[in-house]
Design a protein around this ligand. Structure first.
Ligand code: UDP
Ligand code: MG
Length: 326
């Protein structure tokens, strides 16, 4: 049996509220494409009824559904990685479970791929998120534009289509902390973007806390650029030069004008500023070192508890499948 034309990869973390609506819209939208497809759900250690709902859907559509159950919460991007490794389609589309990007838009992505693009990103029209999220995204998009070579308008939008070649390249990466759309972009030969509709989360709430978002954006920055480190050493040099000048000025002043006690607070101000810069630098180093540490430990990136798939209905993937990798 031939591999399906399309694999749809969906990470699921505590989405019991939205899964029924997702199933009801996703499968008809995919059936309407008129091509063979598989939907791969990755349950990222949900603690609600998500796993049971996925199992139920697997029983309803075993021909087109595969479910990977993680035995813990490993994060959205590693869940997508697992989906990529299991995927067999010539094209792979990622989608969030929360219906913020309508599944009906998948057809548009595929049409764009037909034009010869190997990576089709997406830009959210009238993004339906809080003003804070929109502002923070704008800021991060601007930072990423400046410090990496990755060019995309809306990095946060996960509704994207990738060619088999790009997915294979991603599968050969051993990164622990990563950001799939950016990683894929670095392998793309002909990337493009289209605009897609964006809706409010159909049900449930965002799985990212403020802290989670900060971590995710640090992953995005540190995984694709060492510019922050370089900036830091450059500003370190600048500040060191300034301090030397300052010390010389103080020494000359001491000789010419005599000792002073008044300027003490200015001095404190400058010292605190320097301490602040130093602490920030140490923290930044720590971010990189921490990621290096996670990488060299070579622990499995994620652990699979079970995989639900109908063996007789699915053809074997081209290469040997690795579910758990270090
Ligand atoms: N998700 C996941 N693991 C996590 C966090 C999120 O698999 O640790 C999934 C989640 O179920 C959803 C997608 O990633 O399908 C995006 O999450 P969410 O919609 O909460 O993020 P937001 O849209 O607020 O950025
Ligand atoms: Mg969402």
């Amino acid at each position: 049996m031939a591999a399906p034309r399309l694999s749809v990869v969906i990470p699921v973390y505590n989405e019991e509220a939205v899964l029924p609506a997702l199933f009801a819209r996703l499968y008809p939208a995919l059936d309407a494409l008129g091509a063979s497809y598989e939907v791969i759900f990755i349950n990222d250690g949900s603690v609600d009824r998500s796993a049971a709902l996925l199992r139920g859907q697997f029983e309803i559509r075993p021909d087109a559904t595969r479910v990977i159950l993680f035995n813990g919460n490993f994060g959205q991007h590693l869940a997508i990685m697992a989906g990529f490794e299991a995927s067999r389609g010539e094209r792979v589309v990622t989608l969030d479970a929360d219906l913020q990007n309508p599944p009906e838009e998948i057809a548009k992505l595929l049409a764009k791929m037909d034009e010869g693009y190997d990576y089709v990103g997406s830009v959210r029209l009238e993004r339906q998120d809080t003003a804070f999220r929109r502002g923070a995204s704008r800021l991060m998009n601007a930072v990423r534009e400046r410090i990496t070579r990755i060019r995309m308008t809306d990095q946060g939008c996960m509704l994207r289509a990738y060619s088999r070649d790009i997915v294979a390249a991603i599968n050969s990466c051993r990164e622990v902390n990563t950001f799939i759309p950016a990683l894929a972009y670095t392998f793309a030969q002909r990337p493009t973007e289209i605009e897609v509709a964006h809706e409010e989360r159909a049900a449930g709430e965002s799985k990212y806390s403020l802290y989670g978002l900060v971590r995710l954006n640090f992953d995005l920055v540190t995984a694709f650029s060492v510019m922050p480190l370089q900036l830091f050493s450059l500003s370190g040099i600048a500040i060191a030069l300034l301090s030397v000048t300052f010390v010389i000025v103080l020494a000359v002043r001491r000789l010419v004008v005599g000792p002073e006690a008044e300027g003490v607070f200015t001095l404190f101000g400058i010292a605190f500023f320097l301490i602040g810069v130093t602490l920030f630098g140490i923290g930044l180093l720590g971010e990189y070192v921490g990621r290096i540490y996670e990488q060299v430990r070579q622990r499995p990136r994620y652990l699979v508890q079970a995989v639900l798939e109908r063996k007789d209905a699915v053809s074997e993937p081209p290469k040997q499948r690795q579910i758990v990798t270090g």
